[in-house]
Design a protein around this ligand. Structure first.
Ligand code: C2E
Ligand code: MG
Ligand code: MG
Ligand code: MG
Length: 292
């Protein structure tokens, strides 16, 4: 019966919504204690120079190790952290921990590397992001030129003059600025030209089918040219195959990040990988021993 079916569908929908809301709330409650319980950790995914295959840096990617729920991916808990405001203390922890870890590696004798840290819109809207970054650098002694902030296009929309001022102040600290997931958002080309951005990260959704799909190839080609014209470096995300890599190299993309080179690694594994790369031992991509 159509009516019953409709009613059942609604009940199913309502129950489902209830379950989702409940799960989110439960997760949010646990997450609020995760920092104190020391359950957050960072993994590091190498970024590689396309021509030499040497590591130039890494992206810090947060993970949450919950006692009962296991390893929880940021795709699941970052949205909850953003809605609840928990992203402020979490984001600050990520920033400090990334700086601390890289400075420790530098003191242990590893060459300079660039560490990229993801930023959320809320961290920028709060207004004290420049102080937070300055303080993290000061407290950890990491030189500013080793730090890169990844901003999504959603951070950059809004009051362009206020944003320009914030970005200029960040640049005057000496940090690098990158746009993450470039091409998936709404940033206008006019702003892109005005803002002091150093790097465009080509979103992995464009890289995925770049070899088979002429439209994707055209988009990637255009982003790389845009980067060249605006004097920005380009990094391709989600590079998984040699064929994708070859395409990107021919197009003049500077750097790549993806499973072809390495998955995000726990600190000790990244340290070994980077050391091998820096000493020139690493010519071919290695298959890391761990799952992401
Ligand atoms: P993102 O910043 O675009 O990071 C890249 C994501 O792509 C990572 O997922 C990485 O593991 C994955 N990835 C890398 N190479 C490949 C590949 O070759 N193939 C495929 N299929 N995937 C690849 P992850 O670690 O699950 O992070 C997901 C997202 O969570 C990140 O996307 C970022 O937006 C967010 N995130 C992670 N850490 C933080 C953080 O500390 N703060 C904030 N605000 N967001 C974070
Ligand atoms: Mg990122
Ligand atoms: Mg990205
Ligand atoms: Mg992405």
């Amino acid at each position: 019966h159509a009516k019953d079916a409709g009613r059942n569908a609604f009940r199913f929908f309502a129950e489902q919504m209830n379950a989702d809301t409940h799960e989110r709330f439960a997760l949010q409650t646990r997450l609020s204690g995760a920092l104190e319980r020391n359950e957050l950790l960072l993994h590091f995914q190498p970024q590689v120079d396309l021509r030499t295959r040497r590591i130039t840096g890494a992206e810090a990617l947060v993970r949450w190790q919950d006692k009962e729920l296991g390893l929880i991916s940021p795709a699941r808990f970052i949205p909850i952290a953003e809605e609840s405001g928990l992203i402020i203390p979490i984001g600050e922890w990520v920033l400090r921990e990334a700086c601390r870890q890289v400075q420790a590696w530098r003191l242990a004798g590893l060459p300079d590397m660039l560490i990229a840290v993801n930023m959320s819109a809320l961290q920028f809207r709060r207004g004290d992001i420049v102080d937070t970054v300055r303080q993290a650098l000061q407290d950890t002694s990491l030189p500013a030129y080793c730090l890169e902030l990844e901003l999504t296009e959603s951070i950059l929309v809004g009051d362009a003059n206020a944003m320009l001022e914030t970005l200029r102040r960040l640049k005057s600290l000496g940090v690098q600025l990158a746009i993450d997931d470039f091409g998936t958002g709404y940033s206008s080309l006019a702003y892109l030209k005005r803002f002091p951005i150093d790097k465009l990260k080509i979103d992995q959704s464009f890289v995925r089918d770049v070899v088979e799909d002429a439209d994707e190839a055209a988009i990637v080609h255009t982003i790389i040219q845009l980067g060249k014209n605006l004097k920005m470096t380009t990094v391709a995300e989600g590079v998984e195959t040699e064929a994708q890599l070859a395409f990107l190299r021919v197009e003049g993309c500077r750097e790549a990040q993806g499973y072809l080179f390495s998955r995000p690694l726990p600190p000790e594994e990244f340290y070994r990988y980077f050391k091998a790369s820096a000493s020139g031992v690493l010519r071919q991509p290695v298959v890391p021993s761990v799952a992401p």
